[in-house]
Every structure is written in structure tokens, then in C-alpha cells.
Design a protein. Sequence first.
Length: 95
Amino acid sequence: MIKVGKKKDSSVFAAIYDAHCNGVATFIYRMISEKSDVYDLVQEVFLKVHKNIHKLDEQKQAAWVFTIARNVVFDYFRKQKTYAENFSDDIDESL
């Protein structure tokens, strides 16, 4: 378990990244199956982890990181749906 203070600490972030990066990548890949987008989403997850590290409860570290990962994937699906709807509208208008 990683001890977290109230301040942002690069060594704490590095430890969280090392502990959860592979699991987060696997989780995201299983949800979206788009290898090219997995790396971008993993990066987004850990940017959010870094930004919000002061909110981390060390007792619930894995749950917190994977909740962020889940929410990033949901955002990805929302964006994909919006893109698909807009793309479909463009096709309909051209016909």
C-alpha cells in the first residue's frame, strides 16, 4: 500500500503508476478492443490520477484508479456515439 500525503508527490504518483498501469491497460483493452486507443486512454487515466492525487484514500487505491479508468472509458464511448451520430447525419444529408 502506498502512503499518500495531502501534497502531490512525484514518487507517490510513480508508485501508483507502476502498481496499476498494466492492469488499467488490460481493463481498458477488454472494454474497447481498440489497441490504438488504449494507450491514449491509459494516458488520460493517469493524467487524471496525477491531477487528483490529493483525493486518494490509500485504503481504496486500486478501486479509485479503476473507477477513473471506467469513467474514462465511458467518456470514450460517449464521444464515439456522438461521432457516429454526426457521421450518420452527414451521410444522410449527402444522399
